[in-house]
Design a protein around this ligand. Sequence first.
Ligand SMILES: Nc1ncnc2c1ncn2[C@@H]1O[C@H](COP(=O)(O)OP(=O)(O)OP(=O)(O)O)[C@@H](O)[C@H]1O
Ligand SMILES: [Mg+2]
Length: 249
Amino acid sequence: MTRIICICSGKGGTGKTSVVANLGISLAQRKRKVVLIDADLLASSLGFFLGIKNFSNTLQDVLMQRADIFDALQVGPSGTFVIPADAYSLEAQNLELLPPSVQSLDGKFDFVLIDAPAGFDSIAQAAMKASREILIVSLPTTVAITDAYKIKALASSFGKSTTGIVLNRVKNLPNELSAGDVKKMLALPILHVVPEDRNMEISTSTEKPLMIIKPNSPAAISIKKLVSNLIGEEIEVSWLTKFRSKLGF
Ligand SMILES: Nc1ncnc2c1ncn2[C@@H]1O[C@H](COP(=O)(O)OP(=O)(O)OP(=O)(O)O)[C@@H](O)[C@H]1O
Ligand SMILES: [Mg+2]
């Protein structure tokens, strides 16, 4: 059975698209068949994060029934499959077609990761309904965790369970919530804690995935460990990689 995971957050800018792109690449590098879907239809950015410039068919084409979902699959970095959204389009119609379209991929891939828009609108809801499980990406702040709580409740109202939470951009500042606090507040497992890493910003601004340009950076190593968690396989991290990770290069 395919793990169809919707990557969500209540608050914007928590790192959902960064996690989808790099988690997807890392899974593909570990020989998993992965589809990455850009369901952030009105503010799409996954194509930029993956460095994909030209799309033949997009998720909008699938929802407008101009293309079948299999005709919208294109090959992305490291052998990922990507269903991009048109970043210049304002089309977000026929959202009721999103769940059956995504579910038609079931059984043909190991993972489908859906990049949802921030918040609770009809697009985010359709992305959740299309999935089998929810993964929340949150900042370690009270505002973000309050919104994460509402995502968990909304998902549960659709009969979807939340697998856990990825705490992102953790700087270990005194005013941040700790992983232990968040676990208690949300009653959810903390799947991983991803540190603040300036390489992520560099990756975003150069439109080159972190996992490709800085695979040994702290955030990249952290996402590799998240993959290990998801697939239940350990990775060997060499002493050199650990050393580089500590120094941030
Ligand atoms: N661990 C990190 N360290 C430093 N910067 C990060 C980290 N994770 C993400 N970022 C940066 O945060 C910004 C927002 O990331 P991203 O677009 O992935 O968030 P998002 O949740 O998808 O946003 P939106 O809600 O707008 O879709 C980007 O500039 C990205 O480079
Ligand atoms: Mg995003």
